[in-house]
Ligand binder design. Structure first.
Ligand code: SF4
Length: 248
């Protein structure tokens, strides 16, 4: 897809075309799939629900969708009323699951984002397995993936990012990330058009200064160019392993 198209197209069209491109290239959605969309009430997962619903005719395969929101015992910020209204419009059934995330902490342990996201991922997998979903769709976008890649490289010394398609070994479920080619600003522009932008997460534990710093550094060295970021994304699956430094 040309950069000229991306610059000129209407925001929702950009999201629709880039999601369709990735889904078709990587076979993220296949005939008979039963897909559970993890929705937080925020813009990314809400736009993910929209695009998976809007692409039904274009993908030419039959698949089912449902959305799962996990409510916790510490956060009531999600504007579920907007989410529910939109999911209803897009014909995506919704389920809200209450999980006592702080209540599961061992004595002396403090609540943090890592603990919360691990608990949420466990519940998602459990719910998907018990309800015959074979795929879980997550709303991570291009900026999330590149930030994670550079944070893992500079903070942990490992080359790892967020895969677009991950088949679990222990569970009969795959994770898919259909928004992986789309920049956050493109999602914001489309969410604004769809009237879901105000559904922002204001979780008190969600401020990650390391991620925010990395976002600034990436913006500086890419010139905030979507084309450069998409080339970084492409490099993550370029398969040139022979040119990396071999292990001892
Ligand atoms: S941002 Fe808040 S709700 Fe989201 S994973 Fe982190 S702690 Fe949990």
């Amino acid at each position: 897809m040309s950069n000229r198209f991306i610059r000129r197209a209407e925001p929702c069209e950009i999201v629709r075309k880039l999601a369709a491109k990735l889904i078709m290239e990587r076979k993220l959605v296949e005939e008979g799939d039963n897909i559970l969309i993890a929705v937080s009430g925020g813009k990314d997962s809400t736009m993910l629900a929209w695009v998976l619903s809007a692409l039904r005719p274009a993908l030419k395969v039959q698949y089912s969708l449902a959305a799962l929101h996990i409510s916790s015992d510490f956060c009531s910020c999600c504007k579920k009323s907007i989410l529910l209204q939109k999911l209803n419009e897009w014909d995506v059934p919704f389920k809200d699951l209450s999980v006592p995330i702080i209540g599961r902490l061992k004595p002396g342990r403090k609540m943090n984002c890592y603990w919360c996201s691990t608990q949420r991922r466990t519940e998602l997998l459990k719910y998907a397995g018990e309800n015959n979903f074979n795929k879980i769709a997550l709303g991570h976008h291009l900026d999330d993936i590149i930030e994670t890649f550079f944070m893992n490289m500079t903070g942990k010394g490992v080359l790892s990012a967020m895969p677009v398609l991950l088949q679990y070994r222990k569970y009969p479920v795959s994770l898919i990330r259909p928004l992986a080619l789309i920049e956050e600003r493109e999602i914001i522009a489309s969410a604004d058009k769809m009237g879901v932008l105000k559904a922002a997460c204001t979780c008190p534990y969600g401020v990650n200064s390391g991620r925010r710093d990395m976002r600034g550094k990436i913006a500086a060295f890419t010139g905030n160019s979507g084309a450069v970021k998409r080339r970084i994304f492409a490099s993550l699956s370029s398969g040139e392993k022979d040119l990396l430094i071999e292990r001892e």
